[in-house]
Design a protein around this ligand. Sequence first.
Ligand code: NAP
Length: 266
Amino acid sequence: MSTLVQQSCAPRGLRGLAVLVTGAASGIGRATAERCWQDGATVAALDLDLRSLGETMQRLEALDAGRYIALEADVADPIQVRSALADLARSLDALYGVVNVAGIGGYTGDVAETTLEQWGRSLAVNLSGAFHVCREALALLRAGGRGRIVNVSSQYGLLGGAGSPAYCAAKAGMIGLTKAMAVDHADEGILVNCVCPGPIDTAMLAASGRSGERSKRESRRTATRLLLGRPGRPDDVAGVIAFLLGPDARNMTGAVVAVDGGWSAS
Ligand code: NAP
């Protein structure tokens, strides 16, 4: 019996609640969607296209299609996000959680080497994407009378990394967005927190190690800073996100939580 099936018998803290997860087709987003589902939530999984959500859908739908909704949107496009959230509002009366995971990596060189297109796309997906999703999701969160938002930043939101000024700027911006929203929405009972993963074993990390000499040097530098000696797993991050969505995080808002194997401490 798979872990997913065993755990489905005992839903935990999110039973009866709905959680939207972006970037749910892969890596940290997929692990988060699965973890929220295991914890009893109805999961609205959003990604660039429904085809790419196929594997996540198969894993959850086969067990309980009623607790799974697939949504297609490019988070960088406010019109697509509005349309996806309007679809969601036709299926749900209220939303409890929003987890902004969708993101793109990639080394673009220093600021002189980074093209305007690379700068714009990184900011649009990695920062504006969360803004668009939160903006459209707020009405559904308010309808529930309380809620949680978890934004996925990065260790590169806390510290600099080689050859990635756009990514670092966007991920630092995600921390600022988190804190600003924490201030604005605390009195509505909507708590907003942020996680900063370090290197996590996903398609994005694998791709970053293949994109040229500078990225290989950065991967080696990064590896030496991992106090726990290895990249994390997607479910390491999903577990912390589940905690921030759950009852034990009721006194946390505006927090920035590193999930980086000690990377930012070294
Ligand atoms: P991943 O495996 O590449 O997953 C990212 C997911 O987001 C993919 O399904 C991707 O779809 C989707 N996505 C990308 N652009 C999108 C857009 N414009 N609209 C909607 N969905 C979009 O990456 P991951 O490693 O799990 O990363 C998840 C998040 O963690 C990202 O925000 C990343 O910056 C952050 N993070 C990762 C690491 C790491 O080491 N892995 C470290 C720190 C922070 P496609 O595959 O179709 O593009």
